[in-house]
Design a protein around this ligand. Structure first.
Ligand code: ADQ
Length: 464
């Protein structure tokens, strides 16, 4: 992989993502925490380069060298008006591409205004990249996610020799779902400006290739797609977490103490956790219904098991997110109203963010994690739990990218509440030997997925 090379590769990297990786705090500027930043910052720090993302605040500079005293890389903001942000981000990205890719088409809002603004904003991003970069053999432009489907080909038209990659972090749906979009062909042509497109798993690679073949009549040869005289490779590059950082954090004595205090506070023999952004794709409401069924069917567990669910506020401006929040509130209230006893509350629900350090203590304290999205590109909470846990059981939705890679998890269909209820019982009663064996297998896989390998492998592949 890239980081194992004896001498660093001469590479100048331009990352294009919806958001820039730095934020302003009371003490000055700092890098934000998150998978993308963790993966790509070391490359930018070592090799230099640029990160292009949207500028939501007109008071922040368009160009900012970071860190200011001894710059490693350039942050380039593409300033967006609130109207642009609404159409491109809240509209096209969040109300069209997000629900469609997760097969939840009841949330689709196919408003023509959204694609109009999306085209304009993708053009603005492409112009920023073209203005700031030169074409050299070692220059790589790496675009991230569904916010930027058109900019690859816009850049390609001006720079036929540029090296352009794209990583798509969510599922690529079946061709018959993708073709629902009135602009499916235009969006595919935009993506095919790339030299390399990465997805988490082969299923999404196959879906993308089929979409290009059927909808554009592209020529396909294995993982290569030819269209309009240009060839694009499409590959699976499953993302990981920063395993060493997570391991180190979870070994910290104070994490162990915090986990212990947390267990005492909940006061139950068994703790099951769920941690997600509050998003209708994450299946939080279905999970609650499954837990309710578990309580109905297993009265001997009343008073002995607590379900601790954290939901991070997300995309709160959108009605569909306000609605899922109301629905989750309602079902939590109902379950607790129905089953709570003098010294026991079955569902402990928190609608807020935590630090990674705090999350790590929750992972450590849990007997089982209930990770049951209705659909998820990968789901890295899974990997964080497995890395931090010492003896926990992973219950995982088979409709996630992670499920393809983690056969040792107890896999469930998130729509099957009875099946999930049975899985909870299986997890709580699993013999120690089996728990250890499954967890060891999961840990092995997650070590190899490490986020540094992910970035390194993608960058190696694009430079082949
Ligand atoms: P997300 O949909 O955001 O990512 P996920 O992969 O689960 O989903 O990552 C969520 C991250 O947020 C985790 O690192 C988690 O620790 C953190 N988080 C969640 N709740 C939190 C809280 N209350 N406080 C603090 N942090 C919290 C998209 C795709 C996924 C894909 C990733 C990476 O939807 O399928 O795995 O990108 O490619």
């Amino acid at each position: 992989c890239f980081f194992d090379h004896a001498a660093p590769i001469a590479l100048s990297l331009t990352v294009v993502a919806n958001r820039v990786p730095i934020r302003q705090t009371d003490d000055g500027w700092e890098t934000s925490v998150g998978g993308l930043t963790t993966a790509l910052l070391p490359v930018l720090e070592e090799e230099g380069g640029m990160w292009v993302g949207m500028g939501e605040d007109p008071d922040l500079p368009e160009r900012q060298e970071y860190p200011a005293d001894d710059p490693d890389f350039l942050v380039r903001r593409v300033p967006l008006s609130s109207k642009e942000l609404e159409g491109y981000y809240y509209g096209m990205a969040n109300q069209i591409l997000w629900p469609l890719s997760h097969y939840l088409i009841q949330h689709l809002n196919l408003d023509d205004q959204f694609i109009e603004t999306y085209r304009q904003v993708n053009e603005r991003f492409a112009e920023a990249v073209l203005a700031e970069t030169e074409t050299g053999d070692e220059d790589v432009i790496w675009i991230q996610d569904y916010h930027q489907m058109l900019s690859p080909n816009l850049i390609r038209q001006e720079r036929p020799d540029a090296t352009i990659g794209h990583f798509w972090h969510i599922p690529w749906p079946a061709m018959e779902i993708f073709r629902i979009l009135p602009w499916s062909r235009e969006l595919l042509r935009g993506m095919l400006g790339c030299d390399l497109i990465g997805f988490h798993v082969q299923e999404y690679v196959d879906n993308f290739i089929e979409s290009a073949e059927v909808l554009l009549g592209a020529e396909v040869d294995g993982d290569r797609v030819r269209h309009n005289g240009h060839e694009t490779r499409v590959e699976a590059h499953p993302i990981g977490i920063d395993v060493d950082r997570f391991k180190e954090m979870s070994r910290d004595d104070s994490i162990e103490q915090d986990a212990q205090k947390f267990r005492e506070r909940l006061g139950s023999d068994h703790i099951v956790i769920g941690i997600d952004r509050l998003d209708y794709t994450k299946g939080i409401r279905s999970r609650m219904l499954a837990f309710e069924k578990f309580l109905e069917e297993n009265p001997e567990y009343h008073g002995n098991v607590s379900f601790f669910q954290i939901a991070t506020p997300s995309r709160t401006e959108l009605e569909s997110y306000q609605q899922i929040r109301r629905e989750v509130d309602e079902v939590v209230g109902r379950i607790n109203g129905r089953f709570a006893e003098e010294n026991w509350v079955p569902v402990n629900y928190r609608y807020r963010t935590y630090t990674q350090y705090e999350l790590c203590a929750f992972y450590r304290a849990a007997d089982a994690a209930l990770i049951t999205p209705l659909r998820d590109g990968m789901n890295v909470v899974t990997q964080e739990f497995v890395t931090a846990s010492q003896d926990g059981v992973l219950i995982l939705s088979e409709l996630t990218g992670a499920a393809y890679l983690l056969p040792e998890a107890v896999q469930v269909n998130p729509y099957d509440h009875g099946g999930v209820a049975d899985a909870i019982r299986t997890a709580l009663e699993m013999p120690t030997g089996e728990r250890e064996e499954r967890l060891a297998g999961l840990k092995d896989t997650i070590e190899t997925l490490d986020v540094h390998n992910w970035a390194g492998n993608f960058l190696d592949s694009i430079q082949e």
